[in-house]
Structures are given as C-alpha cells and as structure tokens.
Design a protein around this ligand. Structure first.
Ligand SMILES: [Zn+2]
Length: 507
C-alpha cells in the first residue's frame, strides 16, 4: 500500500515543498528512508516506530520504505517526523490515505509520541497557502505562530493520538485553545528616551540617524550613556507595519527564536552581539546557514559596543549588508540570501583607557591611541554617516529634574520625516536619505548658493574625501527634511559638519 503527504524543507529563507511518500509491502521487515535525508531526518524512522509502538500502534512486520521527494534537495531537521508517521500510517492501513491529500504536516515526535515544536513553521504555512493546501498540521506549541497566516486552516496537535484522531475523523476533532488568543500583543519596552539626562547633541544625532536611516557611531569615555542611548533607538523608529512584522517573524521562525508567548514580532529588533562573536554568528552559520545577527537585526538596530574590539573578520562581514541590505552566504550546497537591512549603531571609547583627549586622566601613549583607532577598517567607517561625541556628563546635567522628551514625541517627528522621504523617492528603489547614491545625491540634495559655498569650504579645509563629502550632503538632506525645507540651507550643512568628529580628531 502507498500513501503520501506534503511537508516542506527550509533552505536559507526559501521554503521548498517536499513530498513524503511511504510504501508498505511484503518482504523482510525493515524500515528504510531514501531521498537525501540528513542524519537527523533519517533518525525519524526510529523515533516514529518507537513512538507509534508506545501509543499502541504496532506496524505490521513488513517492508516499509519512505521516500522524500525531490531527491536532489537535502532535508534537514526533525520536522519531518510527523509527515513520516502520517504517511506510514496511511500506507499500512491505519488511516485513510485520502485524508492526507492537500495537507501539509510538520513536527518532531518524541519517543513517547509527543509532538514537539519546530522552527520555521510560519514560512512553511505561508507556502502551504500559496500552494493551495487544504490545511496544515503543526505542533501545538507552534499553533499561534501558524495562525498568523490568514485564510489557512491550521490544526495544532500535542501527540500522535491527536494526529490519528484528527485524520480518522476531521469533522469531530475539537481544537484545544492555547490560551494566548486575545492577549495584548503590543510589546511594551520599558526603555524610553525620557530617562536620558542631558546629552542633547547625542540625542539629536540619534534622531537624525533614525529619521534618514543613517548609520551612527557614538564616541565617548566609559559611563556616559552610549549604550543607554543605543538601546533606546528602536523606540523612536517608526512602528512596524503588519507586513514588516510578518517578514521579521518569518526570520525569527526560521532561527527558532519564537515562543508561544511571542508568536509575532511586534517591536523593531535590537541586536547587540558581543565583541567576541565570530564572523559566522554575525553572518549566519551552518551547512545550510540560518539567520545571523545581521539578519536578526533586519528593520531594526545592530549595535556594536566597543567596535574596535571586534575582530577584523567580524567587521568585514558587515560590509555587504551595509551596501546591499542583504547578505549572501555561499556553501557547497548553494548560495543563500538573507535580508539584512539595519541601522548600524556603534559605540567606542576614544582610546584604550577611554579618557582621551582629557590628558589629566588618559594614560595612553599617542602610539596606543592611534593603534586603537586603526583597528577600525576604513571601508566600514565610510559607511557611517554620523559620528557623535558623547562627552562626560557634568553635575548640572545629572541633577536635572526636568525629564527629556519621551520616545513617543520623538517618534512622531521621525514618522513625518519618513513620509517626506517616501513621497520624494516614490519612483526610486530607495526609501531613505541614508541610501542615496552618487547620482541621486546630485538630484535630490539641492543646496542654496550659500550652503554650497560652505560645503565647498569645508571640503577644502577639512581635506574631505569624496565619500565623506557625500555623507555630509546626505545628512544635511535629512536635517533639512526634519525642518520641512525643500532646499538645503547653510545651517543644515553646518550642523551636518559637526557630526564628523572622527575625521576632525583622528585623521
Ligand atoms: Zn587613554
């Protein structure tokens, strides 16, 4: 007897449908799996057979063959246990094979027959809807995640018995509720810009960075609040649209980072990998790679604290995402592309001890300072539009009683600037000033005569490179947009020039 059911393999961010076929025939009793399964998938035969036996279903002593088609696609993970069990049950007469038609199944099975959660459920259910499946069967722990897909019937099962009960009589099956429905899904972050005392210029720089999607570097001695500022940047970014939420949730689903309590990603990501992180964990590692930090930070913030401490290889990884908003990973099995459009927020001390240029406190030799700064790769620095000083806070700032502006107030302004940009770049493939390229800069960054003179002077006096000059124009564009000005005036250029601290001090 023969039965088959659909499942899906995840390869990078792609979902490839897989047909799980089972055949039970006379012959020496054995259980074989073919169709390029990885070791983990192959183990399904032992898990499934044992789980069935422990649930009172003993397979007939016959020859069982399971094939995963197409055979040229490598299948990874334990998510094939459930479809394998269903196909085998169908082929050995325990179930009506036609119940499996048009269904997509996924899930891992424990030896006791429990169905365990797996990663990558959301993208698979989305694919099932595209393929026109009748319904999806998923582990109960993934039910809320799978339900995010509208117009798709989803069944969540806890164990093999529930699966068998449903397949035997779908109409009388009662879906248990997860208790997570209707829960306030809005994620509340406690952090708020209000809590930052003083640091007016750094706060302003952060707002400019978010408004125009510019990468930003904070430089200052330890304990001045660089990390505190960075952590609050996602709270002033425009809130996610539902499509963006779904896109992020897909990424987190593939990475296996969703929980039943948090089935949908509602807040912009803030990823802060440690400086000892390997290049693979930043880019995405594995034989079939999964999302790395650059992808998990998509549509949010990637924060590199103590940037000069990161390995050169680690920093090199960032170049492509900063340029293309995506990352390509090449493996023997093919090339995988992951989205990686984030704002890079970096922080660093001005010298190894942290107190340069305060010569009363700094104990570093000029050689040490310059060595420290040269750890940063030039190509990476060229992608950073804003560089803001975060100076030591003096007493009058700490003792301030008046709280700063709240994140909500700042975010409203940011939204307005975003609208100006999306209108201006309607016909361009970009959305933000931070993404302007050479030709577009000429077209969209129109300076008044006075502003042009000022920019020209700065170019000569500060001995700027063409790239630095372009960055100043892009930032000026954003500052002008924040004022609602169509043309860039000299005051906008003047302010943009103040965010070149790195060029000024350390060149
Ligand atoms: Zn020092």
């Amino acid at each position: 007897m023969f039965a088959s059911v659909m499942s899906a393999a995840i390869s990078g961010m792609e979902v490839c449908p897989v047909n799980v076929e089972a055949d039970v025939s006379d012959g020496l009793p054995c259980f074989t799996m073919v169709g390029f399964p990885s070791t983990q998938v192959k183990e399904a035969q032992d898990r499934v057979r044992t789980a069935l036996r422990n649930n009172g279903i003993s397979l007939p002593p016959k020859r069982v063959t399971v094939n995963l088609a197409p055979a040229d696609l490598r299948k990874e993970g334990a998510g094939f246990d459930l479809p394998v069990a269903a196909a085998v049950l169908g082929a050995s007469g325990f179930l009506e094979p036609k119940q499996l038609n048009g269904a997509m199944l996924m899930g891992e099975i424990s030896l006791s027959g429990e169905v365990r959660s797996v990663s990558g459920v959301l993208p698979r259910v989305i694919r099932a809807r595209e393929l026109g499946c009748r319904y999806c069967m998923v582990p109960f722990g993934n039910l809320e995640e799978a339900r995010l897909v509208r117009d798709m019937k989803v069944i969540g099962v806890r164990n093999i018995t529930e699966m068998v009960n449903f397949l035997a009589d779908p109409d009388s099956f009662k879906q248990e509720q997860t208790g997570e429905e209707g829960r306030a899904l809005e994620e509340q972050t406690q952090a708020d810009f209000m809590e930052i005392c003083g640091q007016e210029s750094a706060r302003r720089a952060a707002e400019i960075a978010v408004s125009g999607f510019h990468n930003i570097l904070f430089i200052g001695p330890p304990g001045t609040g660089k990390t505190m500022l960075a952590r609050r940047i996602p709270t002033i970014m425009p809130s996610l649209t539902f499509e963006e939420s779904l896109e992020l949730t897909k990424i987190y689903s593939v990475a296996g980072l969703l929980t039943p309590k948090r089935p949908l990603i509602r807040a912009r990501p803030f990823r802060s990998p440690h400086h000892t992180s390997s290049a693979a964990s930043l880019a995405g590692g594995g034989k079939i790679p999964g999302p790395g930090e650059v992808t998990l930070a998509h549509r949010g913030v990637l924060f590199l604290d103590e940037m000069p401490e990161f390995s050169r290889r680690g920093l090199e990884v960032l170049r492509q995402p900063l340029e293309d908003k995506q990352i390509q990973l090449s493996r023997a099995s093919g090339t995988y592309v992951f989205p990686a459009g984030f704002i890079l927020v970096a922080a660093m001390n001005p010298c190894p001890c942290g107190y340069y240029p305060d010569m009363n406190k700094c104990r570093c030799s000029p050689g040490e300072v310059s060595h420290y700064l040269h750890k940063l790769s030039q190509p990476l620095l060229e992608r950073i539009d804003l560089c803001a000083d975060v100076p030591p806070v003096d007493f009058s700032q700490i003792s301030c009683v008046k709280p700063g502006e709240s994140s909500a107030v700042i975010r409203e302004r940011v939204e307005r600037v975003r609208q100006i940009q999306s209108k201006r770049y309607e016909k361009e493939p970009i959305c933000f000033n931070g993404e302007l390229s050479g030709k577009q800069i000429q077209k969209y960054c129109v300076l008044t005569e006075h502003a042009f003179k000022m920019a020209q002077n700065a170019f000569e006096l500060m001995d700027l490179s063409a790239r630095s000059y372009h960055r100043i124009l892009k930032v000026s564009r954003t500052i002008a947009d924040m004022e609602g000005e169509e043309e860039i005036h000299s005051r906008h250029v003047a302010e943009a020039l103040t965010y070149r601290a790195f060029d000024k001090k350390y060149k």
